[in-house]
Design a protein around this ligand. Structure first.
Ligand SMILES: [Zn+2]
Length: 197
């Protein structure tokens, strides 16, 4: 990555982070499909975690490319359902920020983790991301539409991560770009954890 590209990436992070809000409200307001769909794109915590899931699945390769995103999505729906039923889980916001840090570290280390342990790790994070939204949903008239929007956007963000990963995986840039994005993602995660972002 040359200096211009690094600068561009830095600007992108600043632009995205300035539009990101603390958890409960990001994206369009309301309970429609559009509000649900816009939510993950405007929450830096979700955006980075979901793209990182796609990158990590490419990093591990093989069946992981579909198993890991499917696990995250599935557990996000489970978490959302638990949240909708009003079961409070303590410190879920910290858990989400921590998921960003951990995913960044996992990418930066660049190892081929066993699929089962990666799936468990992502399943827990998916559960927390889902829970945070489920807890807000009972008050919404169109919870199913909203949830479908969040799930659709999440799947799309996983695909973005997978597409970016696959496009550079076989080049010499793969290892350094994976390391760099991992470090950047985990640093943003630390800022989220500290409440700076
Ligand atoms: Zn959110």
């Amino acid at each position: 990555m040359n200096f211009r590209k690094a600068l561009l990436a830095g600007c992108w992070v600043v632009v995205i982070s300035s539009t990101a809000f603390a958890h409960p409200q990001h994206g369009l307001s309301g309970s429609s499909l559009g509000a649900g769909f816009s939510h993950p794109w405007f929450g830096l915590d979700h955006l980075l975690a979901m793209i990182a899931v796609g990158l990590l699945s490419v990093q591990i390769g093989g069946k992981a490319i579909w198993i890991l995103p499917a696990t995250f999505l599935g557990m996000m729906v489970v978490g959302g359902t638990i949240g909708m039923n009003g079961v409070q889980v303590q410190f879920v916001e910290y858990g989400i920020a921590l998921s960003v840090v951990a995913l960044g570290v996992a990418l930066a280390l660049g190892m081929a983790y066993p699929i089962v342990s990666a799936a468990i790790f992502l399943g827990v994070f998916g559960l927390m991301h889902g829970h945070a939204h489920g807890i807000e949903m009972p008050a919404m008239a169109d919870a199913v539409w909203y949830a479908s929007g969040v799930v659709g956007a999440t799947a799309l963000l996983h695909l973005v991560g997978i597409a970016v990963g696959l496009s550079v995986k076989n080049s010499r840039r793969w290892a350094p770009s994976l390391r760099l994005s991992g470090v950047a993602i985990s640093l943003v995660g630390v800022c989220l954890l500290l409440g700076v972002l």
